[in-house]
Design a protein around this ligand. Structure first.
Ligand code: GLU
Length: 472
């Protein structure tokens, strides 16, 4: 079975069309939703450290303006192309909709392998890209708000902010022009780990649904589930970290140079440090090496988390995948053929557009923080602690019993920024799970969770367009 004939955007369109059949909207409106509204193609020069001039290819796509600003990361990768950025922008629209984040989908990409450029060169590229976006009105707290993605992080986001601020002096909400910033530049605590944490919350919630677990023949809950994670980047690392913390067994971790397996469960942090020190995940003490990284996807396990790049599970290797649950940490790791295979087999695929929405959810919290100009928890922390303390004192007086120091601390604790961000994300992921599952239960002809998620997303976007009355 080969699935080369789909481009990435084509695969997103195919999933959309598959789901659209389960909705009541007319084809014109559906077509308006699935198309990319604006596609910006850029070519600009930068000077390399050796004095040579290089022309850089870059994109920013705004998939949907049904809500503004548009929102989505910027990736730096040698494989970046227009089709990929369009697909990723479209996924952002559906992702935001599913987790009730009031943004349209956007995405940016610069076609470079960041490992081949010095920090100074990367800074020049990022700043020039940002000034191009400003010139074309493709960035701003109310128009389009980038964030980190594959190959970018806090450092690039602070360059973007600094460029924006210097070209738009005095704009009071300027900090909201980009998210995923360092805390000192207006970032929010919890954003760094947000995507991985969302992957964990979402998977845990699915594992708490009795009828799904019964069908898979698995016990309810996350504890002792055997997990394989592909990719130790920001998403994979944090997802693995939270799985381990919750009592799951991370039996294998894979990176591009290979994978390691230990049925007893790996210590994620120790593996991460080992890779940092030796430059490779392989030869971790006590674990077995797998030289061909992709073979790790085929290991026997309960939960498989592909958290690297797109199309890693396709028509060719899908029949060899043994996991009962596949949680898409990356964007688009499964091809449509792989989807069809797993739907027939009964494997649960938790789709990217829901499962990795933790990043954009916390980006939304960061953007709100930037617009309100106040840190979460600042106003209520002390007040909450005082109220809790009075309640506890009153209870102790009435019962004549004293609580120990640990319990007192726990009960009194007023929320810090990170507490509020984590609980806001947890609430978001749990609600989204049940919205998708309810849509699936309401229509048992829907073949899989991805299609159910698309149905939810399409219905929400279409309702907005219909209520706007732009299709008389
Ligand atoms: N790049 C991330 C994603 O694909 C985050 C986007 C954002 O925070 O805007 O969801």
């Amino acid at each position: 079975m080969s699935d080369k004939h789909y481009s990435f955007f084509g695969a997103v369109e195919r999933s959309f069309d598959k789901a659209a059949r389960f909705t009541k909207w007319d084809s014109g409106l559906l077509n308006q939703i699935r198309q990319c509204n604006s596609v910006l193609q850029l070519r600009f020069p930068i000077k390399r450290d050796n004095g040579e001039i290089e022309v850089i290819e870059a994109y920013r796509v705004q998939h949907s303006h049904h809500k503004t600003p548009c929102k989505g990361g910027i990736r730096f990768a040698a494989e970046v192309n227009q089709d990929e950025v369009m697909a990723l922008a479209a996924l952002m629209t559906y992702k935001c909709t599913i987790v009730n984040v009031p943004f349209g989908g956007g995405k940016g990409g610069i076609k470079i392998d960041p490992k081949k450029y010095s920090a100074g060169e990367l800074e020049r590229i990022t700043r020039r890209y940002t000034s191009e976006l400003i010139k074309k009105n493709f960035i701003g707290p109310g128009t389009d708000v980038p964030a980190p993605d594959y190959g970018t992080g806090e450092r690039e986001m602070s360059w973007i902010l600094d460029t924006y601020v210097s070209m738009r002096p005095g704009e009071v909400d300027a900090a909201g022009c980009v998210t995923g910033k360092p805390i000192t530049q207006g970032g929010v605590r919890g954003r760094r780990e947000a995507t991985g944490l969302g992957v964990f919350y979402g998977t845990r919630e699915v594992c708490n649904i009795p009828d799904i677990m019964n069908k898979l023949g698995l016990p309810i809950g996350i504890e002792n589930k055997r997990v394989v994670v592909q990719g130790l980047g920001n998403v994979g690392y944090w997802a693995a970290h939270f799985f381990q913390k919750a009592g799951a067994k991370v039996i294998a971790l894979a990176e591009y140079e290979g994978a390691i397996v230990d049925e007893k469960g790996l210590d994620v942090e120790a593996v991460f440090q080992h890779r940092k020190k030796t430059g490779s995940i392989l030869d971790y003490p006590g674990a077995t090496n797998i030289k061909k990284s992709t073979e790790a996807l085929e290991l026997d396990c309960d939960i498989l988390i592909p958290a690297a790049l797109e199309n890693v599970i396709n028509g060719e290797n899908a029949p060899r995948i043994k996991a009962k649950i596949i949680g898409e940490g990356a964007n688009g790791p499964l091809t449509p053929e792989a989807d069809d295979h797993f739907a027939k087999k009964g494997t649960i695929v938790i789709p990217d557009m829901y499962l990795n929405a933790g990043g954009v959810t916390v980006s939304y919290f960061e953007w709100l923080k930037n617009l309100s100009h106040v840190r979460y928890g600042r106003m209520e922390k002390r007040f909450t602690e005082n109220v809790n303390s009075s309640i506890l004192n009153q209870l102790e007086e009435l019962t004549g019993k004293k609580s120990n120091d640990h319990a007192r601390k726990l009960i009194m604790h007023g929320p810090d920024e990170v507490d509020l961000v984590y609980s806001g994300l947890e609430e978001t992921m749990i609600n989204a799970t049940h919205e998708i599952m309810n849509a699936w239960r309401e229509n048992p002809a829907i073949p899989d969770m991805r299609t159910a998620a698309y149905v939810v997303a399409i219905n929400k976007v279409a309702t907005i367009y219909a209520e706007l009355g732009i299709f008389p």
